[in-house]
Design a protein around this ligand. Structure first.
Ligand SMILES: N[C@@H](CCC(=O)N[C@@H](CS)C(=O)NCC(=O)O)C(=O)O
Length: 214
C-alpha cells in the first residue's frame, strides 16, 4: 500500500527535529511550510490538522484510508523510529532504555525549560527568563558526561537521543563554554556533519525547490 508523508512546519527546533527523524529513519516526506509570522498556524486549514494551532504536524496519507494526523514533535520522532527498525531506537531493552533516558533528559530537562524561557519574552518577567535560560544551559552542559566514552549521546550508535540533543545545542551554541566541553563539542560536530541532519536543517528553508525525498 502506497503511503505519503507530509510534514507541516517551519524553521524551528521542534520542526527540524521531526524532519531529521523522518530523514534518519529513511522515510520520504514532503515539507509543507507554515508561515508562522503570517499567522497560518491559526488559519482554518491548519486548525483542521491541529486545533492547537501548532507545528510540526505529520500527515500520513494512504489510498484507501483516512489520513493519519500526528502532532507533537516527540511523537513524530518516535513514530518515525517505529517505522525504521533499530535506526533510531535500539532493539535491545536496556540499550533502548538508555536512549529514552537521554531523549527525555533533553526533552523535559533542557528543551522544555528553554520553551518556558521563550514564553516569557516580552513579559515583565525578564529576570525569570534569565534564570530559566541559565538553568537550561547548566543542565545542557551536563550532557558532557553522556558523550565521554561513546560517539553518540546514548552509546555507540546514532539514536533519537542525538536528535533530541542536537537542535537545542545548536540554538545555544554561542552561549556554551566550549573549552570546558570537549566531548560535547566532538559529538556536536559529528552530528552536524550527518547528511540527514544537514537536510533536516534546511527542510523548511529551501521550501521552493523541495519535494524532499530521501
Ligand atoms: N510540544 C510541541 C510544541 C509545539 C510548538 O510550540 N510549536 C511552535 C513552533 S516550534 C508553534 O507552533 N508556535 C506557533 C504558535 O504558538 O503560534 C511539540 O513539540 O511539537
Amino acid at each position: 500500500m502506497k503511503t505519503t508523508l507530509e510534514l507541516y512546519g517551519a524553521q524551528t527546533g521542534n520542526c527540524i527535529r521531526a524532519a531529521i527523524a523522518l530523514d534518519e529513519a529513511g522515510l520520504s516526506y514532503t515539507p509543507k511550510l507554515v508561515d508562522l509570522s503570517g499567522g497560518a498556524q491559526r488559519g482554518v486549514d491548519h486548525l483542521a490538522l491541529n486545533p492547537a494551532g501548532k507545528i510540526p504536524v505529520l500527515v500520513e496519507k494512504a489510498e484507501d484510508r483516512e489520513p493519519f494526523i500526528l502532532t507533537q514533535s516527540n511523537a513524530i520522532i518516535l513514530y518515525a523510529a517505529g517505522k525504521a527498525a533499530g535506526r533510531l531506537l535500539p532493539e535491545n531493552d536496556r540499550d533502548r532504555a538508555i536512549v529514552f533516558e537521554r531523549f527525555f533528559f533533553f526533552v523535559t530537562d533542557v528543551i522544555a525549560v528553554s520553551h518556558a524561557a521563550f514564553s516569557l519574552r516580552g513579559s515583565d518577567a525578564q529576570e525569570g527568563r534569565t534564570i530559566l535560560e541559565d538553568r537550561m544551559l547548566a543542565t545542557l552542559e551536563t550532557a558532557e558526561r553522556y558523550v565521554g566514552d561513546d560517539e553518540f549521546m546514548a552509546g555507540k550508535t546514532f539514536s533519537a537521543a542525538d536528535i533530541a540533543g542536537f537542535t537545542i545545542t545548536q540554538s545555544v551554541k554561542s552561549d556554551l563554554p566550549w573549552p570546558t566541553l570537549p566531548n560535547l563539542r566532538r559529538w556536536f560536530e559529528r552530528i552536524e556533519g550527518r547528511p540527514a541532519v544537514k537536510r533536516g536543517l534546511q527542510a523548511f528553508n529551501r521550501i521552493q525547490d523541495l519535494d524532499r525525498r530521501v
